[in-house]
Design a protein around this ligand. Structure first.
Ligand code: IPM
Ligand code: MG
Length: 376
């Protein structure tokens, strides 16, 4: 959906779910950057706010209150901060913040999760991996997000000690594999045209289906090279030679694990955006949820020190994929690149405490560095 034309510029509606911990701080920063980009590129972003996660549990007793899904569906895109924190961490609790996130993904049909991993030259030294191994790394994981072990039934436990047992079910349909595979191939077309599909086909029936269907879908994309890798090998290759990857396609649980591993290649989670897409078709105008990968970081919440760049890069993805404003998206990404090149640093990016910028100052630098559109 594209924005209504009003007062000469497009107006987009974004559902804002700031959530817990540092969520509200990074979302405020990201919206500041979006507003500035909008005023230069001729659009406006109207927000409708809603509760999610721990904040929602405190206010309503549930992690995904009634009406939140409708608020999201009425919007062009969803912007999410983070959910969770020690206050709601009791594993025996019936209500948990993560249920809000899983409910959103399923309820909004967000089946494809994109997490780009890019190593910035000047930040490579902060990775725990050797600089010469990671410099130049630039890939995207495409993780299936609404199937597999996370949602398969039966799920549950029964019995008493010493006879306790539990079950989770991993299930996939051909249609579920096909649609997420298409997202990966389309994405690869705008990149280096390589998809590496990850599975465990030597053991799992779902993985054999996964490999079969991704191979079939691949025939529709003769211009994209498809490879397959077992998940244990993929975990090893990611740290051995991450530059070999362009688009890494995988099912839900494998993707959860590999995307955290991938995040550490880049050094700081503070720089990593994500998009969770629903709908169909490629290109812009597709519904999605955008969130920084770093999570709620309760240890630094409320201190004004969290790195806002992951959230800022997430709204750039939102502008490109869901709102159809690629120029504004480019502008924001260029401003972030430049800030990093100029050595502008928050604490997580290796700055000494006395030189580190806080959230507001970092955001201001990005706004200052936003390039003006060429033809306005
Ligand atoms: C993620 C998180 C979630 C997941 C949790 C919070 C349920 O780890 O987004 O990767 O496992 O999907
Ligand atoms: Mg995870």
């Amino acid at each position: 959906m594209s924005g209504d034309q009003a007062g000469g510029g497009a107006v987009y509606r974004v559902a804002v779910l700031a959530g817990d911990g540092v969520g509200p701080e990074v979302i405020a920063a990201a919206l500041e950057v979006v507003d500035e980009a909008g005023s230069r590129h001729g659009f406006r972003v109207e927000r409708s706010e809603a509760l999610i996660g721990g904040a929602a549990i405190d206010a309503t007793g549930t992690a995904l209150p009634d009406g939140v899904l409708d608020t999201c569906r009425a919007a062009d895109a969803v912007l999410l901060g983070a959910v969770g924190g020690p206050k709601w961490d009791d594993p025996r609790a019936a209500v948990r913040p993560e249920q809000g996130l899983l409910g959103l993904r399923k309820g909004l049909g967000l089946y494809a999760n994109l997490r780009p991993v890019r190593v910035y030259d000047t930040l490579a030294q902060f990775s725990t991996l050797r600089e010469e191994v990671i410099v130049g790394t630039d890939f995207v994981t495409v993780r299936e997000l609404t199937g597999g072990l996370y949602f398969g039934r039966p799920q549950g436990r029964e019995g008493e000690p010493p006879g306790r047992s539990a079950v989770d079910t991993c299930a996939y349909t051909e249609a579920e594999v096909e649609r997420v595979a298409r997202v990966a191939f389309e994405l690869a077309r705008g990149r280096r045209r390589r998809v590496c599909s990850v599975d465990k086909q030597n053991v799992l029936a779902t993985s054999r289906l996964w490999r079969e269907v991704t191979t079939e879908v691949g025939r529709d994309y003769p211009d994209v090279t498809l490879g397959h890798m077992l998940v244990d090998t993929a975990a090893m290759q990611l740290v051995r030679d991450p530059r070999q990857f362009d688009v890494l396609l995988t099912e839900n649980m494998f993707g959860d694990i590999l995307s955290d591993e991938a995040a550490m290649i880049a050094g700081s989670m503070g720089m990593m955006p994500s998009a969770s897409l629903g709908g169909d078709g490629a290109g812009s105008g597709r519904f999605g949820l955008y969130e920084p990968v770093h999570g709620s970081a309760p240890d630094i919440a409320g201190q004004g020190v969290v790195n806002p760049l992951a959230a800022i890069l997430s709204v750039a993805m939102m502008l490109r994929i869901s709102l159809g404003e690629p120029d504004a998206a480019d502008a924001i990404e260029r401003a972030v690149d430049q800030a990093i090149d100029l050595g502008v640093r928050t604490r997580d990016l290796g700055a000494d405490d006395d030189r580190a910028l806080g959230t507001a100052a970092m955001t201001e630098r990005v706004v200052d560095l936003l390039p003006y559109p060429a033809h306005r």
